[in-house]
Design a protein around this ligand. Structure first.
Ligand code: SF4
Length: 321
């Protein structure tokens, strides 16, 4: 059976799926990147390998997306490397063909994608402010002594959410400490934090955007029912969370690799290879470009970061570096 692999790698989490010709998910996983994308993708491959019938399943297309997509694309010899906006839109459209708005909140960034008739018409990303992201919620959960998985459920028990400053992490954190010291109930503070995440999102990434239904909410934070409810209160309509919402980017690039003309023959053995990245400065001119070199078993397999062909290390056929 022909199958397709999609990997979405971010600084916080790494997601992967294997799909068949009908986009059915045969294997999937969501793991922490732990600051080491090379190790994360190897762990992901081992997990996916254990989930599929390797005698029956033949991976002929590979797509990568996310902030480390180029690096991982080189490691996996990907047939498609795509930005997150396209990947998320394609993944979501495969399950919700009439989707108009995608809210996405991940570990360290957030985005909004607007779609009309199956085509992306507008989008915005926020990679600078951490106040509305999963990493922010995790740190606040730890501060309050609550497991982040329980955050949403606790928020739903609140009768009177506390107002928490949402503009930036520093204000939100000091406001949270202040409210806790004043004796506000934990559930009210947590509900207030969920509201502040939504308000931050709509006032930053969502600023000036016309939001139409159906709305799909995805990314790691979509698992938080408190944030989902806060979105619904704010936009006044249903916000849909799919059970595979955390995998949409990976699903999207897997589908894109299926539609691509170039094909591959992948067997998961890359998990046993030795990969390394190294930054090399080009001194060819005053730009001093930092060229990223990727090696596999000490042989350079890819390089990028050069602004002109003088710094094109991979085409200079350097076998060692
Ligand atoms: S790669 Fe080109 S632009 Fe960059 S430092 Fe080298 S010579 Fe200059």
């Amino acid at each position: 059976m022909n199958a397709y692999l999609g990997v979405d790698i971010g600084s916080i989490s790494t997601k992967g799926v294997v799909i068949d010709e009908e986009n059915n998910i045969l294997a999937s996983d969501y793991i922490w990147t732990k600051g080491n994308p090379i190790d994360a993708v190897k762990r992901l491959m081992n997990s996916l390998k254990d989930q599929v019938d390797n005698d029956r399943v033949k991976i002929i297309g590979i797509g990568t997306t996310g902030s480390a997509r180029k690096l991982i694309g080189s490691m996996l010899n990907a047939t498609v490397v795509k930005n997150e906006i396209t990947a998320h839109a394609i993944g979501t459209l495969s399950l919700y063909p009439d989707v108009r708005t995608i809210f996405e909140i991940g570990g360290q960034d957030s985005k909004i994608i607007l779609i009309e008739d199956g085509i992306v018409t507008d989008y915005a990303m926020n990679t600078l402010c951490a106040a509305g992201t999963g990493a922010f919620l995790s740190s606040q959960a730890e501060r309050l002594g609550v497991a982040v998985e329980d955050f949403g459920k606790i928020a739903l028990t609140s009768q009177k959410p506390t107002k928490i400053a949402a503009r930036c992490t520093v204000f939100a954190e000091s406001d949270l400490v202040h409210k806790a010291q004043m004796g506000y109930k934990k559930e009210d503070i947590i509900a207030g934090l969920c509201n502040s995440v939504v308000s931050n999102y709509l006032n930053n990434v969502g600023k000036g955007k016309k939001i139409y239904s159906p709305i799909i909410f995805q990314g790691g934070v979509s698992k938080n029912v408190g944030v989902k409810k806060a979105f619904e209160n704010e936009v006044g309509t249903e916000v849909i969370v799919d059970k595979n919402g955390h995998l949409m980017g990976a699903l999207g690039v897997a589908i894109l690799s299926k539609n691509a003309t170039n094909k591959t023959n992948f067997d998961f053995s890359m998990a046993d290879e030795e990969f390394e990245t190294k930054g090399v400065e080009c001194n060819g001119c005053s730009n001093h470009c930092e060229i990223i070199c990727v090696s596999k078993n000490h042989q350079m397999i890819d390089s990028w970061g050069n602004r002109c062909s003088k710094g094109d290390l991979i085409n200079k056929k350097k076998s060692h570096y």
